[in-house]
Design a protein around this ligand. Sequence first.
Ligand code: FRU
Length: 473
Amino acid sequence: MTNLKKRISNSNHRLAWHIQPPTGLLNDPNGFSYFNHEWHLFYQYYPYGPVHGLKSWYHVTSKDLIHWESHGIALYPDTPYDSQGVYSGSALPLNDRNLLIMYTGNVRDQAGHRQSYQNYALMSAKGTITKERHNPIIQRPDNVTEHFRDPQLIQTEHGYYALLGAQRRRDLSGQINVFKSTNLHHWENLGFLNFTDIRMGYMIECPNLIQVDGQPLLIFCPQGLSQKDLAYDNNYPNTYLIGNHADLDQANFDAVGHQLTLLDEGFDCYATQVLKTPDGRALAITWVGLPDMHYPTDKEGWSNCLSMVKELHIKNGKLYQMPLVALSQLRQNHQHHVKTMMANTSQALIGSNSYELQLTISADQQGQLKLMTNQEGKLGLTLKFDTKSGQLTVQRQCFTQTSTEQRTVSLTSNKTLKLRIFVDHSLVEIFVNNGERVFTQRVFVAPEQTLIKLVSTQQLTYNSDYWDLQSTV
Ligand code: FRU
């Protein structure tokens, strides 16, 4: 372990202000909650290497959602109901003294068959966690296979609900199973959530329901979704549906008139978890990574990270994801430019690879913004924009370095393009037009690739703001 830590501390790809595993592998955010005057967050964790091994929950807390304090592993796979992994789940503060955690216990029986149990654990204000003696607390219905996991605990004025990702036995389709309880002891099965006519692949992972600006929002990860139903390029998409109305007692989510949409247009985004804050805001945090993927840091003994916490809004039927206002406390060394650049020229700025860049480009312009490049033109991430047609393409250097891969979105044509970009060494988060679209991805370059370059074959009018961002570690 000491050797692993030493190797990791020499990495160029460690992050300055995002949550990352001390060693080994991180995946889904879990138990995102506000309890006892602090923000709590856990994540799926395997300490001994960059593999999906025996999972635990790692615990971090924060006073401002920007600076995070580590508390180590909080939930171990140490009971007969979670012996092969403490899988994903959520947390709900019951009062000032108790945070109720509901998680999936992954178990393999003697024959190697998977069993999925839904369990409770209780965290006290002092941070002591006790698993419930009467686990498991929700029985798997007979019409669901062993793929039954990732409970989201919800409290409303009508009672408690748990949403679970499930695979229906009859047709092996992805479903969201709704349960209700009035006392948190007995859970009633209300059936599968009625929210779409589209076949949601063979499994839905990590379902999350939240009210955003008065409208219900359902975020989930359908595995095996047909490309005919939604165009996506990542192996597994993280998607959302806005609803007109949700009635959990009827297991109904009315999304008539709304389309299944990608939550993030970037290369790495999965298992997003949401939180309703005590003052009514809707927050989200995402695993920046994907199942079944390998990353260049694997050879350094660690893998993956979490995104920044984002605030969600719905305006005119559209979802917006925004960085937190509090993030501006990390800013330093401001540089502001308003410029008209001549055709066939370029502008360059040496960045620190821990920065925020805001760029506004007028309508009717074309060009490229190159991030994490160098004087020799080595590639990191390139944004190709055409504000006349509204096309925006994000191109990433493949991890093998031999080719590039890209993701494209169509924005409103003939409109000013506003980019807000956060670079943290090997993580780039791009917010387009006030969070109307987001691209989240890892980018792995050599330490000297810190150049930001704007290139155009036309005259280009833009204004930009740049700040270095301080480290929080
Ligand atoms: C999603 C997921 C969850 C599961 C967890 C295990 O990435 O597969 O469905 O609970 O990861 O680590």
